[in-house]
Design a protein around this ligand. Structure first.
Ligand code: ATP
Ligand code: MG
Length: 317
């Protein structure tokens, strides 16, 4: 498993990580979310031993990265955000090189390359030089390199950037399977539905601090709300003007979105209120909340200066 305690890091005067604690257990996918510059890649870089932290500890599969960096690195598979393949080597040669570097025995390396290449859809271009591959193909190869030595802890930093639909599906299947077989996985992404597919525990990082965490279901329940959305031909009917002041209500052109705890009930009320104006109604929809709604609500709270998790703790106390 991966254990991070009290991690602090600054670049010059800029504090990039502040007191970050993170534990990822075997079998778990931890989805790491946060806006650009939140500190996700900096954390990956510290965990892999490339960048020293100012303070705090990291242990990979029980090995402290500062005390025994080489051993810790062998337990970790990192696919960094920045592509790291050797352009003049073929895909297969890249895999041979990284496999040996990570200590995979010669006897099993060929079979392991074939296996990983197959699972990430790299097989068709094993003999192609990396610089002749498309961006998405290079990304597949780059991710494959992190898996060769069957790491106990896997850290993938935005692995599906530029991936086509099937590459994304292959990767999500593979990540879930690796976790099911006992790997502890950190998966940083800006594509939130991926974390729903991965049944991930989610950590939201913002300005180097953990703002919120929980399962997808918990975050949705805690932060997101269902809503009703009506679309009209022409302006919003004046009969609905009373609803425009509802908390969180939003008018977008000829559409009206109103958050509701019980959206079906609100929809029935709206229909009743509309009465003679129903002929101008183009569509009516119940929006079920998802991780994206929850994430946006967490970010809104952060922008307004709230710390959502602290608020909840205070409310409970
Ligand atoms: N080598 C560096 N020197 C100085 N500042 C850095 C360095 N690397 C990162 N930073 C700063 O640290 C902060 C966090 O960057 P980081 O790359 O960790 O963010 P991120 O969460 O991975 O963002 P993204 O979603 O864009 O990948 C940013 O403000 C960035 O400018
Ligand atoms: Mg990053």
């Amino acid at each position: 498993m991966l254990e991070i305690r009290g991690l602090n890091k600054s670049y010059g005067k800029k504090q990039v990580l502040t007191g970050v604690d993170l534990t990822v257990s075997p079998g778990e996918v931890l989805g790491l979310l946060g806006p650009n510059g939140a500190g996700k890649t900096t954390m990956a870089s510290i965990v892999s031993g490339l960048t020293p932290a100012d303070s705090g500890t990291v242990s990979v599969a029980g090995i402290d990265i500062r005390a025994r960096p080489r051993q810790a690195r062998r337990k970790l598979g990192l696919a960094p955000q920045e592509l790291g393949v050797y352009p003049t080597l073929t895909a297969r040669e890249n895999m041979l090189f990284f496999g040996r570097l990570m200590g995979v025995g010669r006897g099993e390396l060929d079979a392991r390359i074939a296996e990983v290449a197959e699972s990430l859809g790299v097989t068709p271009f094993l003999a192609t030089r990396a610089h002749e591959l498309s961006g998405g193909q290079q990304r597949r190869l780059h991710t494959a390199l992190a898996l060769l030595h069957r790491p106990e802890v896997l850290w993938l930093d935005e692995p599906t950037v530029g991936a086509d639909v099937s590459a994304r599906q292959d990767l999500l299947d593979e990540v879930r399977e690796l976790a099911d077989r006992g790997a502890a996985v950190v998966y940083a992404t800006h594509y939130l539905p991926e974390l729903e597919v991965l049944r991930a525990r989610v950590v939201v990082l913002h300005h180097g601090r953990i703002l919120a965490q929980g399962s997808v279901g918990e975050l949705v329940e805690r932060y997101a709300q269902a809503a009703v959305r009506l679309e009209f031909s022409g302006a919003i009917p004046s009969s609905l003007s009373g609803y425009l002041a509802a908390p969180g209500a939003e008018v977008i052109d000829t559409g009206l979105i109103i958050p509701a705890a019980v959206p079906g009930q609100l929809l029935a009320q709206l229909f009743a209120t509309l009465d003679g104006d129903t002929d101008r109604l183009l569509s009516a929809e119940i929006r079920h909340p998802n991780l994206e709604n929850a994430y946006l609500a967490i970010m809104r709270a952060a922008r307004d200066g709230d710390h959502p998790e602290e608020e909840i703790r205070d409310a409970v106390a």
